[in-house]
Ligand binder design. Structure first.
Ligand SMILES: C[S@@+](CC[C@H](N)C(=O)[O-])C[C@H]1O[C@@H](n2cnc3c(N)ncnc32)[C@H](O)[C@@H]1O
Length: 248
């Protein structure tokens, strides 16, 4: 299983923008009623529930028991289970795989792609979005600079943010035909006056490893990033996304 732990309640209350942005991916998926769809890394279940409401035979898997438990509690009508998408046991069972904001948490990209490929029937499609090359580089650089000034070691990143070419190679090596891939900037509004600090605590705990006073550290990071990432009364994360459509 993955080393990251997920606070499912906090995810929904302060970071619901992740699932909200994923609705564009549902449009791209364009699933028909009756199609069998796997949401790989379903989180707290919003996309599975939306697909099921549209008559799609959708199921979700996620490596985090906390996320799966919350998904099942929020949407008793959906089927969700704990599974690691690197080692799925599905064989040619799905017409499509959807995956939003998950695959950058899986540095073993070749293993994940092979597992998703095996889950699809021949001709089935993968529609996915993940952090792409350069994702949150302003936040990452500011934290790394401050850590260096404080004599702290460079943090070990749990993320994989590939370029279009790198990820196309991963998918093609797994047997997919890549139909489309986009890398695009998507500045993302964070929730509340402490949005930046909340985001780091939720998604980037590794950046705070060995930091003795995290609140003061994050306040300093926020001051440094305010000129670039705070505007119109909100914090904006410098997201850069990689979206792919590929066919088995
Ligand atoms: C940012 S959340 C996105 C959840 C959901 N797709 C959404 O749009 O709200 C990332 C999710 O990926 C899951 N995840 C990370 N690594 C995974 C893995 N190896 N296998 C399955 N799920 C994984 C996490 O548990 C978490 O629920």
């Amino acid at each position: 299983m993955t080393s990251q732990t997920w606070n499912a309640e906090l995810y929904d209350s302060r970071h619901s923008f992740v699932a909200e942005y994923g609705t564009a991916l549902l449009d791209l998926l364009d699933a028909s009623p009756g199609e069998r769809v796997l949401d790989a890394g379903c989180g707290t279940g919003d996309h599975v529930a939306e697909l099921v409401r549209a008559g799609v035979c959708a199921v979700g898997v996620d490596a985090s028991p906390e996320m799966v438990e919350r998904a099942a509690a929020r949407f008793p009508e959906i089927e969700v289970s704990v599974a690691d998408l690197r080692d799925l046991s599905f064989r040619e069972e799905f017409d499509a795989v959807l995956s939003n904001a998950v695959l950058h948490w899986v540095p073993e990209a070749d293993r994940a792609a092979a597992s998703l490929h095996a889950a699809l029937r021949p001709g089935g499609r993968l529609v996915a979005e993940l952090g792409g090359a350069g994702n949150i580089s302003a936040i990452d650089s500011a934290v790394r600079a401050l850590r260096a000034e404080r004599g702290l070691p460079g943090p070990v990143s749990p993320w994989y943010f590939p370029t279009v070419a790198e990820y196309a190679r991963v998918l093609e090596s797994a047997g997919f035909e890549v139909r489309a891939a986009w890398l695009f900037d998507r500045p993302t509004r964070l929730t509340g006056p402490d949005g930046l600090a909340d985001w780091v605590r939720m998604f980037a705990a590794h950046l705070l490893a060995d930091v003795a006073a995290p609140d003061a550290f994050l306040a300093e990071v926020a001051e440094r990033l305010r000129p670039t990432l705070y505007r119109d009364g909100s914090w904006w994360a410098d997201y850069r996304r990689l979206r792919v459509v590929a066919v088995r």
